[in-house]
Structures are given as C-alpha cells and as structure tokens.
Write a protein that binds this ligand. Sequence first.
Ligand SMILES: *[C@@H]1O[C@H](CO)[C@@H](O)[C@H](O)[C@H]1NC(C)=O
Ligand SMILES: *[C@@H]1O[C@H](CO)[C@@H](O)[C@H](O)[C@H]1NC(C)=O
Ligand SMILES: *[C@@H]1O[C@H](CO)[C@@H](O)[C@H](O)[C@H]1NC(C)=O
Ligand SMILES: [Zn+2]
Length: 444
Amino acid sequence: MAKDSMAVSSLLWTLFLISIIFSLQSKSQEEDIPITRFQQYLRINTAHPNPNYTAPVSFLINQAQSIGLTSKTFEFVSGKPVLLLTWLGSNPNLPSILFNSHLDSVPAESEKWIHPPFSAHRTTDGHIYARGAQDDKCIGVQYLEAIRNLKSRGFSPLRTVHISYVPEEEIGGFDGMMRFAASSEFRDLNLGFAMDEGQANPGDEFRVFYADRTPWEFIIKAEGIPGHGAKLYDNSAMENLMKSVELIAKFRETQFDFVKAGKAANSEVISVNPVYLKAGTPSTTVRFVMNMQPSEAEAGYDVRLPPMADPDVMKKRIAEEWAPSIRNMTYTVKEKGKLRDHLGRPIMTPTNDTNPWWSIFKQAVEATGGKLAKPEILASTTDSRYIRSLGIPVLGFSPMTNTPILLHDHNEFLKDIVFMKGIEVYESVITALSSFKGVSDQVL
Ligand SMILES: *[C@@H]1O[C@H](CO)[C@@H](O)[C@H](O)[C@H]1NC(C)=O
Ligand SMILES: *[C@@H]1O[C@H](CO)[C@@H](O)[C@H](O)[C@H]1NC(C)=O
Ligand SMILES: *[C@@H]1O[C@H](CO)[C@@H](O)[C@H](O)[C@H]1NC(C)=O
Ligand SMILES: [Zn+2]
C-alpha cells in the first residue's frame, strides 16, 4: 500500500517535472523567434561597396505582411529603394511618427572576425556576431517586433506610425534619406516626430542624441614668390601658409582645452583637424628639390561644427584670420550640411519640457525600468540631419546598454538579452508616442 502510493506520487512528480521542463523550453523557443528573425536579417549582406537592396527589402516586406502593415517602395535613384511601412492610426489627421533605420552597412574584413560577419552566429552566452548587429539592423527588426507584440495585445495607435528603411546612409545618404526627405512623398507623411539610430553604451544608461555635428571640408592655399633655398626673404608661400597653420592650431587648442577641462564633450566643440599638407617642388631624382622655396603651399582640414556654432562667425574667421587675401591666401569651404533649418534655427531637437515629444519619450523609456543618459550631440553624422533640417524633431536612439561600442569595428555583436530588452523599450515608446493627443494635453 505504502509502496504503491509512493510509486504513484513519484510518477506524478516525474510528469510534473517533465511539464515544467517542457514549458520552460517552449518559453525559450518563443523568445528565440524574434532573435531568429534578427539573425535572418543580419545574414543578408548589405555591406558597401555596391550593396544589393533586393533581398533585405523583400525580407522586410514579408515581415510587414505577416503583421498587417502596408508597404510602399520608392526608388528616387534606380537600384536604391526606400521602403516605407505604415500602421494607420485611428486619427490619421494628427501628425504621424516615423521610425527610421538604414539598410546598408560598412564592409567587414572577414578574416579579422572570430565568427564570419554575415553568419549571425550566436554563442552559448548570447552574443550575436554580425556586421550591422549594432549599426543598425537591430533597430530595424526591433521596431517590427515591438509592433507585432502590440498588435497581438490588441493595441491600436491614435497617430499613424511609419517605419522607413533607407539605402546609402553609410556613404552620406545622398541617394537615400537626402532624396526621400526632399520628396513630396515625405512631405505627405505629415510627420510630427521621428526617431533614428543612436549608439551603444558600455554603461547601464541608454544614450540619446539630439543633434549631429555638421562637417565642412576646408582647404587653404598660399602663393608667394619662389626663391633660392639659401635666400632669406619675406612672404614666401611656405611662410604664409605656416602662419595660418599656427593660427588654426591655436584655435584647435582652445577648443580642445574645453574638452580636456571637462567643460564640454568632444562633440560640443568645433574640431578643426589637419588632414593633409601639400607643398614643395617635386623632383625626378630626389623626392623634392631641396634648394628651392616653392611658390605654392596648401593644407586641408576636417572641420566639424556643433549646431550652436555660428557659421557666419566661422566664415569671417576664415576670411580674415586663417586665409586673408592680404597674405596672398585663398581658400575653399565645402559645407557638407546645414547648420540652420528653414526658419533659421540651429538644427537640434530640444530635450526639455518645451518639446512634448521629449517628455513622452523619456517617460516611456523610464516606464520599462530604463534610465536615459544626458542627451548628447553625435560627433559624426546620421540621416537624422536631413529630417531635422526640415524643422521636425528627431531623437537618435538605439537601445543598447552594457554593450561595447562596436559600430564599424571588427567583431560587431549584440547580446540576445539586450536585443530583447530593446523590443520591450520600443513597445513602450511606440505606445506612448502614438497615443499622444496633442500639445494641449501636455503635462509640464
Ligand atoms: C540582387 O539580388 C537579387 C536576389 O536577391 C538578384 O536577383 C539580382 O540580380 C541582384 N542584382 C544585382 C544587380 O546583382
Ligand atoms: C602678395 O603677393 C604680391 C605679388 O606677388 C607681393 O608683392 C606681396 O608682397 C605679397 N604679400 C604678402 C603679404 O605675401
Ligand atoms: C529648452 O531647450 C532649448 C533648445 O535646447 C533652449 O533654447 C531653451 O532655452 C530650453 N528651455 C528651457 C525652458 O529650458
Ligand atoms: Zn548607422
């Protein structure tokens, strides 16, 4: 009797254990499905040069269909499609929200990776290795997974939500977001707010970016009377160029001192870095003629201006101090972007209560237990600048905490749990932003 009941209870116990193991397994398999889709997207090679956008676009259209989003493809430049997915809001007259990511990636040197860059190999401790894992295929998939989850819970947005996938970001966006942002199709979206890529943080706060710096290519050139290498005389081309080089170096030092003293971040000052020097009289036998002072000398600089910098002050400084015609100097400045929007305002998105979208975004991130780091200016550039220069607020955000910054690096990876947490963060962010009724609702 006692023996029988023990047998029964041990049988029940075994069944109980089996059912627990089974449910745990199916739970982890369920969690694996978004990760599998992320891996599938990562395995599509869209690295430069000449990325082929056919496969990623058809993959994303399939994903969109499976969750009931409509899709449109625009080809402003042949072979370089912009994909737009749409989740219609219950009040499509309200300004809509856009979530952007780019389809392309920088190249990868396979032989320098511990796992092949387009294998999306997942290690036992959850690291997913792939070119694009951080920059920025993670967000491209997270947007979709978040919407999939919101739909399965029966959520419906008040405002229309768009997701865009653009080509060519890594080479400047000229055939991608630049064209799209200038199009009537873009204007018709009637955007109120947009989100674009950000960067990882090794710490445990989410980074968020409210502006990009604007690059200028700056070249100065000096001319002067050539002379014998042994002769001492004033106003040679070399002497005139060196005067400018010294002045520019001094300016660079004052800017860098702010950073060194902890008064500003790298991205908050004007950087002026020399990138080339060109002078001398070439010779066929030795590299340069050594007993000759040349008649021309040139230097090139990479200049980056934060949004609050005054472009007119900078131009005046160049014309009057760095390359004055009185010193027989000429210069060219190639502005690779704008510093002011169509209303003359600095191209930056306010991150205080004057911008209701900021407050909603911040609360939505905090509602998931996350914490935002102090908003930053990005030292380089992204496609956000094309949208911000239309006067539309944009935040750069890729939810990656406790993650080394590996964009464009060998062995780029993202951990599975970080990827999954990002989906949860976007669920909260999409819900909050798309439910925003309007400015009158704003709680300050
Ligand atoms: C791009 O890839 C697709 C398949 O995904 C292929 O059919 C097409 O020929 C490719 N295009 C070019 C220009 O290589
Ligand atoms: C500029 O060039 C002219 C003509 O070559 C020369 O006479 C003058 O001294 C130069 N001035 C300076 C400051 O280099
Ligand atoms: C909010 O931010 C904007 C832009 O950064 C700034 O000009 C403005 O003074 C700030 N307003 C308040 C109330 O802090
Ligand atoms: Zn990117």
